[in-house]
Design a protein around this ligand. Structure first.
Ligand code: TYD
Length: 203
């Protein structure tokens, strides 16, 4: 069986990291190898992005969108830790992938440009499945406030609503070429995990 690349998507506070952990545990229990990873990465370009988000550096929205493209290519293609290398030996679950760029940057710059600038990542490393954990922006904001001290650049209700709408638009634009499923993220985590396992098993 070919190993699968699965991207988890959702607005901030949608519970992606919990669900990645639960699916990774499930895959391991079934005796298969799995890697979990995330974007922005903790490599050098990802660090620049985090510096911008925490206002230690300044950058335009266009530059931020471009940095994410570069970070993603490194994430995919790096010969030592890249996802293509990991896929040789196991499944890969990534917390965010190119749809995050379509949604988050499509608010600020033309979405078609964002899609075009990610085309190399799509052609070299298209995800076998994108799981969109769909959560009510009100609920996600409550979770963000419960769990964290520093609220990042995009975490206001208005923005969460906008980003969710941009995700919907991006899914609509790409639905003929991408495998996207929605899971209801307003449910308890174990219920969400159950739905995700069903999607994984049908790959
Ligand atoms: P982080 O706190 O690391 O992740 P999360 O909120 O998923 O736990 O912050 C990631 C932020 O980066 C998040 O607000 C979405 C944003 N982002 C983009 O703007 N563009 C992208 O391409 C990606 C992958 C993330």
């Amino acid at each position: 069986m070919k190993h699968k690349l699965i991207a988890f998507e959702g607005i901030d506070g949608s519970g992606k990291s919990t669900q990645i952990r639960l699916l990774a545990e499930y895959i391991k229990t079934s005796g298969q190898q799995v890697f979990t990873t995330f974007e922005p990465t903790d490599q050098y370009i990802g660090k620049i992005i985090r510096d911008i988000f925490s206002h230690r550096r300044e950058a335009t929205q266009e530059t931020i969108a471009g940095l994410f493209v570069a970070d993603r290519l490194e994430h995919l293609l790096n010969p030592d830790f890249g996802m293509l290398r990991q896929l040789e030996t196991g499944h890969v679950l990534t917390d965010r992938y190119y749809f995050s760029s379509y949604a988050y940057h499509g608010v600020h710059v033309d979405m078609d440009w964002v899609i075009a600038s990610n085309s190399l990542a799509v052609s070299r490393g298209k995800a076998d499945l994108h799981i969109f954990i769909d959560v009510d922006p009100q609920l996600s904001l409550q979770r963000i406030h419960q769990n964290r001290e520093n609220i990042e650049m995009y975490e206001t209700l208005d923005n969460l609503v906008k980003v969710r709408n941009q995700y919907l638009l991006a899914f609509e634009k790409t639905r003929l070429t991408e495998n996207i499923v929605f899971v209801n993220g307003n449910q308890p985590p174990e219920k969400v995990a159950e739905e995700i396992r069903i999607h994984f098993n049908s790959l």
